[in-house]
Design a protein around this ligand. Structure first.
Ligand code: ZN
Ligand code: ZN
Length: 421
């Protein structure tokens, strides 16, 4: 990036930019409808941003905004002092309540800003049990989100612990300011007209999605250093990207930012080996240089330079945890990739790179999938699991071919960039 170029963000105060991001979150992310309730989850350190979001939500006609704040110090106390059975416990009552709110029409907003290495030094077994209990209890609420029954979105907030990880050599206040700047840029909040910028961006993602849907490839073939992977796509798979329509008919952007087009792989048709191109920050553990081998859709070998024990536990969550639930294409020239930053947060890092996800598939990425039974979805190749974990496999050294239904290879990406415009 050229430091000499003045961007609109230089002329705007932090408060103005925060306000714009809050507006983008409510209008573009949630597409909030007049009279809707909003359920927000957020870290304590994001309170100033959450207040801005709350203001914009009420201005947009929200009937009630309810925020559940989380405290990382309290999370650590559980690991320090909690009894063993604590790690198999989750607040099912809370998640059932959230599911009830969604069924009653509430929108869902998650503000993310966790310390990426909060649980790095904790017992992987306890971390895995706690995550498993949580995932299980969260399922009734998560399925309403994953199936886009309601409008929902994720947005980032620069917290001190997260900022220290991204900018370890800066004093905390400088690191937080730098991280906010990166979030504003990635979320297009620093453009002259953020809402118009998002409309243009959504149109570009929709064009890419439509091209891939017209092609209806059988397989994507990734090649690069340490990677030769064939990802078969689900029968009747459908590509998604940019804004989409929830079952409550509201147009929303599930992630702020987003740069990906993505679809459902076939759970039994993934073969070859693949190497991660960025570290994966998973619930407080950094898993780096993942290398896995697939046979018939299933991971049969897995190693990692760091976090291998946690990765192993993740893969053992259930049968579907060893299979893919998503494949996504992101050009290397995406604004987040160009920032050159490693965010240690999947919301941002997955949008810097093509990626795959272990675990649960999105039913909306199968044609007619929203109305299918679990058996029907499985028969098309859609995977099922308690987890959905994205990890990055794209770089400027990775090529992607689309393999047509009659077996011809067509170049899709070269050196990390789209071949077709
Ligand atoms: Zn993705
Ligand atoms: Zn994903």
């Amino acid at each position: 990036m050229n430091e000499q170029v003045r961007t609109p963000s230089d002329a705007m105060s932090h408060d103005q930019l925060l306000d714009r991001l809050a507006e983008v979150t409510v209008r573009v992310g949630l597409g909030l409808r007049q009279g809707q309730e909003v359920v927000i989850t957020a870290p304590l350190d994001a309170v100033a941003f959450v207040r801005r979001i709350t203001e914009h939500a009420y201005k947009a006609g929200a009937s009630l905004v309810t925020t559940l704040f989380s405290d990382e110090e309290a999370t650590l106390m559980r690991y320090r002092h909690g009894h063993d059975e604590s790690f198999d416990t989750a607040p099912a009552w809370l998640f059932d309540g959230m599911a009830a709110a969604f069924k009653n029409g509430a929108a869902r907003l998650a503000v993310v800003g966790e310390d990426p290495s909060l649980l790095a030094k904790e017992d992987p077994d306890k971390v895995s049990r706690a995550n498993r209990a949580r995932s299980k209890a969260y399922m009734p609420a998560l399925s309403l989100i994953a199936d886009s029954v309601i409008n929902w979105t994720l947005v980032g907030a620069a917290t001190p612990a997260w900022a220290r990880t991204v900018f370890p050599n800066d004093p905390e206040d400088v690191a937080v300011a730098k991280l906010w700047k990166a979030i504003f840029a990635a979320s297009r909040a620093d453009t002259p007209d953020p809402i118009a910028a998002w409309e243009k961006h959504n149109a570009a993602l929709h064009a890419r999605r439509d091209m891939l849907n017209a092609k209806n490839y059988a397989t994507l073939h990734f090649t690069g250093p340490g990677t030769d992977l064939r990802v078969g796509l689900a029968d009747g798979h459908q590509w998604a990207g940019g804004s989409n329509k929830a079952k409550n008919s509201i147009i929303f952007n599930a992630n702020i930012p987003t740069e990906e087009v993505f679809t459902t792989p076939h759970k039994d048709r993934v073969d070859g080996y693949v190497t991660s191109t960025k570290p994966l920050s998973y619930n407080g553990t950094l898993i780096q240089d993942i290398q896995v081998k697939f046979e018939g859709g299933r991971i049969v070998e897995a190693k990692a330079r760091t976090g291998e024990a946690v990765l192993g536990k993740v893969l053992d969550t259930d049968e579907g945890a060893r299979r893919l639930g998503e494949v996504a294409l992101v050009p290397f020239s995406s604004p987040i990739s160009k920032s050159g930053l490693l965010f240690f947060n999947t919301l941002f890092d997955e949008n810097a790179s093509s990626h795959i996800a272990l675990g649960q598939a999105y039913s909306k990425c199968v044609r007619g999938g929203g109305d299918m039974s679990e058996e029907e979805l499985a028969s098309r190749g859609a995977n099922k699991s308690l987890i959905h974990i994205d990890w990055m496999i794209g770089s400027d050294k990775v090529d992607v071919d689309g393999i047509t239904q009659d077996g011809r290879a067509e170049p899709l990406m070269r050196g990390g960039e789209w071949v077709t415009s």
